[in-house]
Design a protein around this ligand. Structure first.
Ligand SMILES: C[S@@+](CC[C@H](N)C(=O)[O-])C[C@H]1O[C@@H](n2cnc3c(N)ncnc32)[C@H](O)[C@@H]1O
Ligand code: SF4
Ligand SMILES: [Zn+2]
Length: 639
């Protein structure tokens, strides 16, 4: 590590022009300025780790901080920062400390940590080493505010042109935005490799195994890593001129056919640079075999049972009955019998966990039902209307813009409607659909859109749910909706098939905390139900699945960073589930009541949840085991 420090001192960030480039990178620096001005309050004690030119320390001081410790490892850079700070009259507030921020003495406990020693994937630079050292030295605690607060790293398989000047120049390189001629060709979608919470201690060892499915016949020779940082809620920053330029990492050149899977294994130590970076790739026939087997089994199950067609009569869920996605129990639900989820209509892509399949009814009849049901809504006196389709409101293939427009015109004329709730898959959200909603917003009607995210893990979304919508699509859809003034509620699926109870708990906690960090969305935790024609039902029939335990929901709630945006989703679904979340007949009702209370009032709900006791907790604890086999092997063991 010392060698590495020396190298850093000699070669990279000591060079004054490098920190100047960061300063001159307006997009990056302005983003930090806005975030600092939002976060830093008078009387704050701030530390700026790796201060460089001192610019972030200056922003913090100008925002009113009582004291700012600006730490810089390079003598030359620190000297220049000190002079700048003095010239601008902030020398009483900002104290420049020269040295390694993971070691130098920081005089006081701080309540705001600013750190911009960021590199793509946190491979280079000391960001994590330094942040971890603050925890080890008790300089920060759970009340400390960190900026940035999270970093996501994505990976994709690419084809890069390394042929330069007649030589094969295959090497690790960055893709700077001004060198457009070097951009590699993407071969797969971007998969989230990791989302790192910078507000707590981080494991410096990074180990990932990603399965890329090729969209075309092609030659793959590299992966591209790219990072996004989250400064404050709803404020993220992709790569800018100098921050987090995507990095191209060569792998063994291989031909890869459409729908073939290539597994890439990556390991490195954060902050140790590319010296310790290891990458290994191979064609993974097992993965595609497992996926094909699941798709085949589900399609067979669904085809063999024709009752699935036409299962869904037009529903009018009255105010009393309406527990459909319970994050707000006071709403009135009109179930529109649209043609079915286009995702499910395509046999190759139907979600494994959803009983919401195809209906024969024609598009045009949708309006007739809507106008029938709307009278009941008017009479109900409810102010919140949930127009629930058989899939996604924003999907043109399921419900045309024209039909949507007629529905929205009617809603606009209603005297009692103050809030309209819709649901959609993230990738359907588009400008045309959003623009239609704007006139309602202008007229004071609040719009809420439920978006399914399910799980942060690509492998779970792909193999256990069959819904590999990229996380980045969810992130961008949320941004689009928020920009238009639309509120989002994110659905997280608790206990996808093939996960043990313990893994499902951990996955939901991770996903909830991710959403809490990156945007302002409400969150509905949706315990999986047991409906016919689903993977979980198929697994239950052979004793390989149990509906989730209520104890687990309590455990998740206990481990959630912030409760005010979380609700426990409903268990009213069409078609009616065979089983829903359950502990035992003695305590299930207590949990259901506590959830309803929790959704209305977090504190009262928490008190009730904490009070519940029952002997069945012993059986739940017995199930909290780790399974040595990975998810892929669990699927393969079925075949
Ligand atoms: C990417 S530059 C950013 C500079 C400045 N924070 C800004 O935003 O403009 C990172 C800075 O951190 C410094 N640095 C790197 N490792 C460090 C360490 N272990 N302790 C203190 N400073 C460090 C580098 O010398 C460099 O000035
Ligand atoms: S879960 Fe949603 S996306 Fe999946 S098939 Fe059902 S309605 Fe469609
Ligand atoms: Zn019980």
């Amino acid at each position: 590590m010392e060698n590495r420090k020396l190298e850093l001192e000699k070669e990279t960030f000591t060079r004054i022009d490098l920190v100047y480039r960061c300063l001159a990178d307006k997009k990056r620096t302005e983003s930090f300025r806005k975030a600092i001005e939002k976060i830093v309050k008078p009387d704050d004690i701030v530390v700026d780790l790796g201060t460089g030119t001192g610019i972030l320390a200056l922003f913090a001081a100008r925002a009113g901080a009582k004291k700012v410790y600006a730490i810089e490892i390079s003598n030359t850079v620190a000297k220049s920062a000190y002079e700048i700070i003095k010239r601008n009259g902030y020398e009483d507030i900002i104290e420049v400390i020269v040295g390694d921020a993971s070691k130098v003495k920081i005089p006081k406990k701080v309540n705001v940590v600013i750190s911009e020693m960021l590199t793509t994937g946190l491979i280079d630079e000391d960001q994590i080493i330094v942040l971890n050292s603050l925890w080890d030295r008790d300089i920060v605690d759970n009340n400390t505010i960190f900026l940035p607060k999270r970093i996501d790293t994505y990976a994709e398989l690419v084809q890069s042109d390394f042929d330069l000047y007649g030589f094969d120049m295959k090497m690790i390189r960055h893709e700077y935005p001004w060198l457009t001629n070097t951009f590699a060709l993407p071969l797969t979608s971007k998969i989230l490799l990791d989302s790192i919470d910078l507000t707590s201690k981080v494991d410096e060892k990074a180990e990932y195994s990603v399965n890329f499915i090729s969209q075309e016949n092609s030659i793959a020779n590299s992966i591209r890593l790219s990072s996004i940082i989250y400064l404050t809620t709803n404020h993220y920053l992709k790569s800018t001129s100098f921050l987090n330029a995507p990095v191209i990492i060569p792998i063994k050149t291989t031909r890869i056919n459409k729908n073939e899977v290539k597994t890439v294994e990556i390991s490195y130590k954060m902050g140790a640079g590319f010296q310790e970076f290891k990458i290994f790739s191979y064609k993974n026939e097992e993965y595609i075999k497992a996926k094909k087997y699941l798709i085949y089994s589900l399609n067979k199950l669904r085809k063999d049972n024709s009752t699935i067609i036409n299962h869904n009569p037009s529903i009018n869920v009255s105010k009393q009955q309406n527990q459909l996605r319970e994050y707000d129990p006071n709403r009135f639900v009109i179930g529109l019998n649209t043609i079915g989820c286009s995702y499910a209509l395509n046999k190759k892509t139907a979600c494994f966990h959803c009983g919401q399949l195809v209906d024969k009814i024609h598009d045009k009849e949708i309006l007739k039902w809507f106008f029938n049901d709307i009278d009941t809504f008017i009479k109900s006196g409810s102010e919140k209307l949930f127009v629930c389709t058989n899939g996604s409101w924003f999907d043109e293939k399921e419900i045309s813009l024209d039909i949507r427009s007629q529905i929205l015109d009617k809603v606009l004329k209603l005297k009692n409607c103050r809030e309209l709730i819709l649901e959609t898959r993230p990738e359907c959200v588009n400008d045309a659909g959003i623009n239609q909603l704007k006139k309602l917003i202008k007229n004071g009607i609040k719009i809420k859109v439920g978006l399914s995210l399910d799980s942060l893990s690509y492998e779970i979304r792909d193999l256990c749910i069959n819904k590999p919508i990229p996380i980045i699509t969810y992130v961008q859809s949320c941004e689009k909706l928020y920009t238009a003034g639309i509120e989002v509620c994110t659905y997280i699926l608790f206990k996808p098939p093939f996960l043990t109870e313990l893994e499902a708990i951990e996955e939901s906690i991770k996903t909830i905390n991710y959403v809490l960090d990156i945007n302002e969305s409400l969150i509905s935790l949706e315990p999986i139900t047991l409906q016919d024609f689903t993977l979980q039902k198929m697994l239950e029939d052979i004793n390989r699945f149990r509906v989730p335990w209520n104890w687990s929901i309590r455990e998740i709630i206990y481990n959630t960073k912030q409760l005010d945006r979380l609700s426990i989703g409903g268990n009213f679904f069409i078609p009616k589930p065979k089983k829903i979340i359950s502990n035992c007949s003695k305590c299930d009702n207590l949990f259901q009541k506590a959830y309803q209370e929790f959704n209305k009032n977090k504190n009262a709900g928490m008190i009730n949840l904490t009070k519940i006791t029952c002997d069945c907790i012993v059986n739940w604890k017995k199930e909290l085991i780790k399974d040595e086999k990975n998810i892929l092997n669990r699927v393969l063991s079925l075949m």
